[in-house]
Structure formats: structure tokens, C-alpha cells
Design a protein around this ligand. Structure first.
Ligand code: MLT
Length: 399
């Protein structure tokens, strides 16, 4: 169990006449879970040691499913905002027996002193709540837009923001991140994927795009070349709708501008149900045959499967809902006139066929199309030098 997880049992005296855990007791359990977590970590006296007290200023609780006497609930606590005198904690309660999400809550606290005036949040508290294993490789953690994102940011020069697809992470860009000297390469794991936080709710293209805008603000980057692969392209379209003035160029890889069909939307819901029931491995097995071109090296197949299978289930379910509900971006394409654009297609991509990619490129004024023969849905890893060379040529153009 993680230090931020606490198991508590529901007792009969906490339930209403129909045997459901009642609201007052639920609030008490959320509070108990917070104190238990501190008791097992830096100590329950962490606030009094610093002559301050966390007073709840706002509480929002969503009840999803009833809990009954004897249920063991696992409470998970995460710090989603850490200000000077206030902080926000998000808590979830899941039933251990069937992993059902029982309730989600968000509490905003203000630290006050004895006189009731705002006082600094003890640094020790923030350190304890944020203590997580460092992300692998070059990535580091940054809290933006209320979530902790793992971000690989390296190099100097004009910025390029790499947005990965589903259910993947920033490492699909590894060959390009290594090669593109002279550029500030920023490659986050989107919320819910890779090593970023995976909240239970709140996923949409708008949220992903807002996370990225907030990330750029945090890094002090004003304008970027957006480079999105598949779902990353959907996020790039949303970013463009909101912050066109921040975009200096656009690279779309293995993606599409149109929305899901009715049948496609149904398939998203079915996949979400499968993920909830069978976990990320089931999704990885279903997607793997469509991800890579036939004959991909065994090592790459294993790597891509492991990547997908490691995606947290809430992130998978959230991304499926966000893709299902994404807006139609077709009308955006002609409006991109004046923005340098490059489209890269995998010659053997079953998910985004070349014909569709080339129609999309034709609809963007001045866009260039590069087809990577021998690549499926992940040309960045399958044919890395074709993608890197195409990017180099594109980025060298005066923009
Ligand atoms: C992706 O690779 O991001 C997804 O396959 C996109 C999609 O399912 O629409």
C-alpha cells in the first residue's frame, strides 16, 4: 500500500435505515483517512508543531455508489494544489472487494494561526504529500492545473511540445527528443498516462489542452511548435482553438480531424467497460495488433505492450471518454492558413490510413505530407529516422 492510502471499514452504526453509509459518517471517514495518513507519516502533530491548523474552507463530495456495513474502503489522498497558506486535497474511496469507486471528494484548506489569520502551509507537509519516486529517465514532476505531470524537458532554443497518443506516454518520442538539438524539447505525460497523476474524473480535450498551456506557463514558454501523435493531435486541435497565438508551427502524426462516428463512440464505451473490468492489460492486448506494422521487431512489440499495460485504468477510461466527446476539428483545417504545418503518416497504419492523412494534409493550406513506409500507428518508434529527418527539415524552415 502507498503511504497515501488508508483502509477503513464501514460499521453498522455509520449507516442509514437502508444500510447505506450515511453522509455524515462518510465525511468523518474522509477526515479519519487524512489523519491516519499523517499519523503513519510525519505525525498527527505536524500542524501543531508548526503553530498552524488546517481549516476546511470548501468541500465538494461526489457519491457514486453506496457502501455497506463490512465494506473495506481504500481511501487515497493526493495534494492537487499547494499555495502559500492554502492547499487542496483530493480524496477517493474505493471498495476493496470489487474496486468500485464509491466517492470522490475535494477539500480546500486554509492554514490559520491561533488568531484565525492565514498562516503558511508547513513545508514539511508539502514534502510528505509530494514524496513519490522520481520519474524514470530525464522526466521530472511539475504540478500544473491541479495535477502532477511527469515532464521530459531538455535543450535550448525555440520550443517544441510533443503530445503523445493513447494509451501511451512521452517515451514514444525518445528518438526525436534525443536527436533534435537546437530546440527546447518538452514532452509531458498527459494526465492519466505514463507517470503523471491519474485522477478518477475530469478528463476532456479541454482539460488536456489546459494542462499543456499551464505547463508552458510554468516553464516560461510563450510560443511552441505543437507536435501531436494520434490522440495528441486531437489535443493539439483543442490547443489551437484556444491558444492559436501561442502556436508557431504544427506537426500532426497518425491522427485525424474528424470526430468519432456513432459506432466509434459505442466502441469507446465498450473499451472503457473492458478496462474497468479487466484492467489495462486487456486494452493493451486489444490495441497491440493495430499499433505497429506487421513484422515489427519483437523488442519494440514488447516495449509498446508494456507501455500500454502500465497505463492507470482511470487514465484509460478518462481518455476514452475525452476522445468519444471530442469536437469535430475539420473546419479548423482551412483556418490554419499561414501556420507552417507538416503531416506524417505511417504507410501501414490501420488506425489512421494514408488516404485519410493525405486528405487532412490537403485541407491544411500549405501543409506538407510525409509518408513513412513500413510504419504503423507509431512512426516515431517504428521509423524514427524518417520522422526525425522530416521534423528537422520542417523545423529548419523559416517560420
Ligand atoms: C491513439 O493512438 O491516440 C488512439 O488510437 C486514437 C484513437 O483511438 O482515436
Amino acid at each position: 500500500m502507498l503511504p497515501a492510502e488508508i483502509d477503513l471499514t464501514v460499521y453498522p452504526d455509520e449507516c442509514d435505515a437502508f444500510g447505506h453509509l450515511n453522509q455524515a459518517s462518510f465525511l468523518a471517514l474522509f477526515e479519519r483517512a487524512r489523519w491516519e495518513m499523517l499519523a503513519r507519516g510525519p505525525g498527527m502533530d505536524i500542524f501543531t508543531r508548526h503553530a498552524t491548523w488546517p481549516a476546511v474552507r470548501r468541500a465538494v463530495i461526489d457519491y457514486h455508489v453506496a457502501a455497506y456495513p463490512g465494506d473495506v474502503l481504500r481511501f487515497h489522498q493526493a495534494l492537487t494544489h499547494h499555495g502559500r497558506t492554502s492547499f487542496t486535497m483530493r480524496q477517493t474511496a474505493r471498495r476493496m472487494r470489487d474496486d468500485a469507486l464509491i466517492s470522490t471528494a475535494e477539500f480546500v484548506f486554509v492554514c490559520i494561526n491561533r488568531e484565525g489569520r492565514p498562516a503558511p502551509v508547513p513545508a514539511e507537509f508539502g514534502e510528505f504529500m509530494n514524496a513519490r519516486p522520481a520519474p524514470a529517465g530525464n522526466a521530472r514532476r511539475l504540478t500544473v492545473n491541479g495535477v502532477n505531470l511527469a515532464v521530459d524537458a531538455s535543450g535550448d532554443g525555440p520550443a517544441i511540445l510533443f503530445i503523445h497518443g493513447y494509451p501511451l506516454d512521452h517515451t514514444i518520442w525518445s528518438p526525436q527528443l534525443e536527436a533534435l538539438d537546437g530546440w527546447r524539447r518538452i514532452a509531458p505525460d498527459l494526465r492519466g498516462m505514463g507517470q503523471s497523476d491519474a485522477p478518477d474524473l475530469g478528463y476532456s480535450m479541454a482539460t488536456y489542452a489546459s494542462d499543456l498551456a499551464a505547463l508552458l506557463d510554468t516553464l516560461g514558454v510563450e510560443r511552441v511548435v505543437l507536435c501531436g501523435l494520434s490522440m495528441g493531435g486531437y489535443v493539439a486541435f483543442e490547443f489551437l482553438r484556444r491558444w492559436r497565438e501561442r502556436v508557431s508551427g504544427l506537426v500532426l502524426i497518425a491522427t485525424r480531424a474528424g470526430p468519432d462516428t456513432t459506432e466509434g463512440k459505442r466502441a469507446r464505451d465498450a473499451a472503457a467497460a473492458q478496462a474497468r473490468e479487466g484492467g489495462a492489460g486487456v486494452i493493451a492486448d486489444a490495441m497491440l495488433p493495430k499499433m505497429l506494422a506487421p513484422g515489427a521487431p519483437e523488442g519494440l512489440v514488447a516495449r509498446v505492450r508494456a507501455l500500454m499495460a502500465a497505463t492507470p485504468v482511470p487514465g484509460i477510461v478518462g481518455a476514452l471518454g475525452a476522445m468519444r466527446d471530442r469536437p469535430d476539428s475539420m473546419s479548423l483545417l482551412p483556418a490554419l492558413a499561414g501556420l507552417p504545418a507538416l503531416v506524417i503518416a505511417g504507410g501501414s497504419d490501420q488506425l489512421m490510413p494514408v488516404s485519410e492523412m493525405s486528405a487532412m494534409a490537403a485541407a491544411i493550406p500549405g501543409a506538407r505530407l510525409v509518408v513513412a513506409p513500413g510504419a504503423g500507428h507509431l512512426p516515431t518508434l517504428e521509423t524514427p529516422s524518417i520522422v526525425t529527418d522530416a521534423l528537422r527539415t520542417f523545423l529548419a524552415q523559416p517560420g
